[in-house]
Design a protein around this ligand. Structure first.
Ligand SMILES: [Zn+2]
Length: 86
């Protein structure tokens, strides 16, 4: 699932089981008519074609992908560890 808000041109990624975006926003159900929140998010089943991915969500998604793969973490070590020859 994804989330979009009326006041932004980006879309957010959602945690699988929680109603929160990866960048930490609470996602409200459309049924809840809380008009006091100016930038409320609502869920959408597909990526909106005219929006770009939220930068914070993008970073978080990268971290989560790397965390699943120990091999990627090994590759991701700084080159300084190998190239330091005094
Ligand atoms: Zn986001």
């Amino acid at each position: 699932m994804y989330a979009v808000s009326m006041s932004s041109r980006v879309y957010h990624l959602l945690y699988a089981s929680d109603a929160y975006t990866l960048c930490g926003f609470k996602v409200l159900d459309l049924k809840m008519s809380d008009t006091n929140k100016p930038a409320r998010l609502h869920q959408v089943p597909t990526i909106p074609s005219n929006r770009s991915l939220c930068k914070q969500c993008e970073k978080m998604a990268e971290r989560r992908t790397r965390a699943r793969s120990p091999l990627m973490q090994m590759i991701d070590k700084p080159e300084e560890l190998n190239g330091h020859t005094g």
